[in-house]
Design a protein around this ligand. Structure first.
Ligand code: ADP
Length: 497
């Protein structure tokens, strides 16, 4: 099999899709000659095959990244690193339609949403390009005989393992800060969605990055992912995905060279609606909070708590709103919700829907497959869901929402904090005092007030509790990819004669 394929999208027509592993700025076949298919979730048919990285390819990519780090990348000025990232951001914008069409084809997300993702990728890359020459240390005065300063140095060779729900956005969130800080990277895309990452690799070369600085592998978690997280010459692993796999990555790091670990994991985020909220506004955000990206968001607002005085009215109106969400062909202009990413995800979600029905929650709308072909699921709302039900406790990662009522602020806070997760939360209220009190009390890395899912590359994002370690985005992400060196210089005489 060659390292490119001619593919077609309904939006952009025929195009050349790289399918090789991207190592040292070249697309190559895997050493073991393995390939795997990627499936179009809207049709359940294969799109193409890509080359698969095994442990041997991981070794080659790590060597390339190590060589680049030691021999070339360290000598590139911070200003130039910033220019490369800015150029890459420009190329994302110039290729916006093509990249978005690949995302829709491979992941199933609505094309309009995919376009927004690519715009955000460009924003993120440019933002971190701006940081590259602003990463500074301090002079620290301890006494007259010593001159001491700190500098922020790159960690070195970073492995980055990303999921399939925002294939290119996760690519940009990971690569932006790592490169700004002067690291080299080996990024492994998710096996369900390898195509966008490879097309973006082509843009890496076009942007002029030296060989080996950014390497992109397609492959499976248990093989390539595990090889990266246990590799003795990888200095850091950054992982986004499920909490179960996050634990494995951390164990692999602990069992190998104690590489640095940052994790962005699952969530079961509360979306709390007080009786004084603007109800139509709140419904619009609650709808977006759970059904955006087909519910495949780690920060999805999947637990909705509504104050008892407005509960019945809210459920009735929310149901009407959800029924208006257009589900269907990702490339149709009015589609809001496309298919789930895979058969496996489809089955998992339908399993949760069955569990909800069996446990006695009331289905207000949805609960079934949508259409005959593709992994489509109707937007589903369960009401009267109690805290002990599976659908209120576990991350479903699909278009399924669980609603319950609460009495007062204290109960809302207690329910909001009841899970082991702590990625995000939201409060809907017209009282600024309630908004701030409840935001302060919720144990979550992000709290939205009167909105939901409004991520921005300038704003840190990450988890409390079992939702993760470290922060992505904003200035905070630079801490994930740099380490502090202290240099202390003796100015006076020897202390001990
Ligand atoms: P999901 O369950 O939603 O598919 P995962 O957490 O399994 O999410 O996958 C997220 C990413 O982690 C993917 O790139 C996947 O290949 C990778 N992965 C899965 N298992 C492992 C593992 N044991 N070690 C390292 N990476 C893994």
């Amino acid at each position: 099999m060659s390292v490119t394929a001619t593919l077609e999208t309904p939006q952009t027509g025929k195009y050349e899709q790289p399918t090789g592993l991207f190592i040292n700025n070249e697309f190559v076949k895997g050493v073991d000659g393995k390939t795997f298919e990627t499936i179009n979730p809207a049709t359940e048919k294969p799109i193409t095959s890509v080359h698969e990285a095994t442990e041997k390819d991981v070794d080659i990519a790590v060597s390339a990244a190590r060589k680049a780090f030691e021999e070339t990348w360290r000598l590139v000025t911070p200003e130039q690193r910033g220019k490369y990232l800015a150029k890459l951001a420009d190329l994302f914008e110039q290729n916006l339609e093509q990249l978005a069409a690949i995302e829709s084809l491979d992941n199933g997300k609505a094309f309009t949403m995919a376009k927004a993702d690519i715009g955000n990728c460009a924003g993120c890359l440019r933002y971190y390009g701006g940081w590259a020459d602003k990463i500074e240390g301090k002079v620290i005065d301890t006494n007259a005989d010593t001159f001491s300063y700190t500098k922020q140095e790159p960690i070195g060779v970073c492995a980055q393992i990303i999921p399939w729900n925002f294939p290119l956005l996760m690519w940009a969130w990971k690569i932006g800060p790592a490169i700004a800080c002067g690291n080299t990277v080996i990024l492994k895309s998710a096996e369900q969605t390898p195509l966008g990452a490879l097309y973006a690799a082509k843009l890496v070369k076009e942007a002029g990055f030296p060989p080996g600085v950014i390497n992109i592998l397609s492959g499976f978690g248990k093989i390539a992912g595990a090889a990266l997280s246990s590799h003795m010459d990888v200095d850091k692993v950054a992982f986004t995905g499920s909490t179960v796999v996050g634990r494995q990555v951390m164990k692999a790091a602990a069992g190998s060279n104690l590489k640095k670990v940052t994790l962005e994991l699952g969530g079961k985020s509360p979306n709390i609606v007080f009786k004084d909220a603007d109800i139509d506004n709140a419904i619009s955000w609650v709808n977006f909070g759970i059904f955006f990206n087909h519910g495949q968001c780690c920060c999805a607002g999947s637990r909705v708590y509504v104050q008892e005085e407005i509960y019945d009215k809210f459920v009735e109106k929310f149901k009407e709103r959800a029924q208006k969400n257009v589900v269907g062909d990702p490339f149709a202009a009015d589609t809001f919700q496309g298919p789930q990413v895979s058969q496996l995800q489809y089955d998992r979600i339908m399993g949760y829907i069955d569990a909800g029905k069996k446990e006695g929650a009331k289905i207000e709308t949805g609960g079934e497959r949508h259409g005959k072909e593709g992994y489509f699921i109707q937007p589903t709302i369960f009401s009267n869901v109690s805290s002990d039900m599976k659908i209120m406790q576990e991350e479903i990662f699909g278009p399924v929402c669980s609603i319950a009522k609460f009495k007062d602020e204290a109960e809302a806070i207690r329910l909001g904090n009841v899970t082991t997760y702590g990625l995000a939360a939201a409060v809907h209220t017209s009282s600024i005092n309630t908004a701030i009190r409840v935001s302060n009390a919720l144990r979550a890395g992000t709290v939205w007030v009167n909105q939901y899912n409004m991520l921005h590359h300038q704003l840190p994002f990450g988890g409390y509790k079992e939702s993760g370690i470290g922060r992505e985005l904003g200035e905070a992400a630079l801490a994930n990819y740099s380490q502090t060196k202290t240099v202390s210089i003796r100015l006076g005489d020897a202390l001990f004669g």
